[in-house]
Design a protein around this ligand. Structure first.
Ligand SMILES: Nc1ncnc2c1ncn2[C@@H]1O[C@H](COP(=O)(O)OP(=O)(O)O)[C@@H](O)[C@H]1O
Ligand SMILES: [Mg+2]
Length: 415
């Protein structure tokens, strides 16, 4: 028996990683035999059109980078999750309802060291005819400065459902506090204590059962925010960062998400980890881009061949049961969360599967990065991203970093 799995890409304006994914899939052309069945793969870009709620989609799995801002595809994803058992890398229900705020609450409940965070009523309340009476009766007058004092200055004021740094302000004094609050207008905001003088900003990208922990520099321009650095955390810190990312992902059922943590004096503070649908651009990930595409490919193949399917219900209580235990300290709780998360994310089964069926993908991905085809993709991306006078510089920059990745892979392979 033979099955061809259709992988749907749900995309907006981006062209680089989808083209890379398609090109690597074509090059690898997997044909995997398991239990008397041969599994093959086709990649299709999903179009946006009217749909019958009872229609049966062709897809086995969808990789989505569109639904976070476009509601029709988002509702289509919910339909295929509820009715058709299509595997979605990110659960659309938790992604819509568990914004940054809910993600803070849930992880605080697990004991994670999210900095002190308060929510304040919107500067401009909801536009509703009932608001005046409601406000008169129930909206308590409050001093913003008292809240800021309770949180601790300096702090960050940021939207409760934020992303992409929109509306994030660092607050150091009363004047900037009031200005930022006035500017927040209708947006609902958090005040969060700043982690000052941290040693490292780490951003980890979780793709299924794998995690890449990267050294991040938020104030640099986009193309150099990630630095190529392999020893910037101790083994214990690195393990904790991986555990936090995996726990978030398994808890909310996100298999493509990034997690930001600040590390200071050996303590890991998670600050932003509800980023399901993270940036995958070659111009920001550079050195780490081939890893991301290769891992996405391997994870997608694993899910389709082994029949990993999404479930709508979550098992939050199993995490809370660990959180509530008095006999466990924080490191012991983290170990339990990691055990639950690795099991939910099928880490062992995935590794065995990769070793058995996908061993040649590693080498194929290196050859691919060194190919003319990949170089053309890079050239196209640079041409469509940067103005003419910057293109040569950026092309040389990215070629250098991707060449370095390929070189490092050869070294690892022969070590
Ligand atoms: N508690 C904090 N301590 C230190 N820096 C912070 C804190 N919160 C936010 N920041 C800074 O602001 C940036 C944007 O905030 P973040 O919560 O990541 O929002 P977004 O979801 O928009 O990315 C972070 O990348 C970091 O540089
Ligand atoms: Mg962020």
């Amino acid at each position: 028996m033979a099955t061809t799995h259709v992988i749907g890409l749900l995309l907006g304006a981006e062209e680089d990683w989808p083209a890379a994914f398609e090109s690597l899939m074509e090059r690898v052309a997997p044909a995997i035999d398991l239990d008397g069945e041969t599994h093959r793969f086709a990649v299709e870009r999903v179009t946006i059109e009217p749909f019958d709620l009872r229609a049966v989609p062709r897809h086995s799995l969808i990789i989505d980078r569109l639904a976070w801002w476009y509601n029709l595809p988002r509702e289509w994803l919910k339909k295929v999750a509820l009715m058709n058992q299509v595997h979605l890398l990110n659960n659309p229900f938790t992604f819509q309802s568990m914004e940054k705020h809910a993600a803070y609450c849930a992880m605080m409940r697990l004991g994670l060291r999210v900095p002190p965070t308060w929510m304040v009523p919107n500067k401009i309340p909801p536009n509703n005819p009932r608001m005046a009476t409601t406000a008169e009766r129930y909206l308590r007058q409050f001093e913003l400065e008292n809240v800021a004092e309770a949180v601790g200055m300096p702090l960050y004021m940021k939207p409760f459902d934020g992303g992409a740094w929109v509306g994030v302000t660092r607050i150091e004094d009363a004047e900037s506090l009031h200005r930022a609050y006035n500017e927040s207008a209708e947006r609902l905001m958090h005040l969060q204590a700043a982690v000052e003088d941290f040693d490292v900003f780490s951003r980890s990208l979780g793709i299924g059962a794998e995690t890449m922990v990267m050294h991040f520099h938020p104030s640099r321009p986009m193309h150099s925010r990630y630095s190529v650095d392999h020893g910037f955390l101790s083994a214990a810190e690195g393990d904790e960062v991986v555990t936090i990312g995996r726990t978030v992902n398994a808890f909310f059922r996100w298999e493509l998400n990034s997690c930001e943590t600040l590390i200071k004096d050996g303590t890991v503070y998670p600050i932003d980890y509800a980023n399901a649908t993270p940036d995958l651009a070659v111009t920001s990930l550079h050195y780490y881009f081939p890893w991301a595409i290769r891992t996405l490919l391997k994870w997608v193949i694993f899910c389709c061949v082994t029949g990993r399917r999404p479930t709508v219900d979550l098992n939050t209580q199993s995490y809370f049961d660990v959180a509530d235990r008095d006999d466990l300290d924080y490191p012991a709780k983290l170990r339990e969360y990691r055990r639950l998360a690795d099991s939910q994310l099928d880490v062992d089964r995935y590794q065995e599967f990769c070793a058995r069926h996908l061993a040649d993908v590693e080498e194929a991905s290196v050859e691919w990065v060194e190919s003319d085809e990949f170089d053309r993709l890079l050239v196209n991306t640079v041409v469509s991203t940067y103005p003419v006078h910057e293109r040569d510089m950026f092309l040389a920059h990215f070629r250098g970093l991707l060449g370095l990745w390929a070189h490092d892979q050869h070294v690892t392979a022969t070590a």
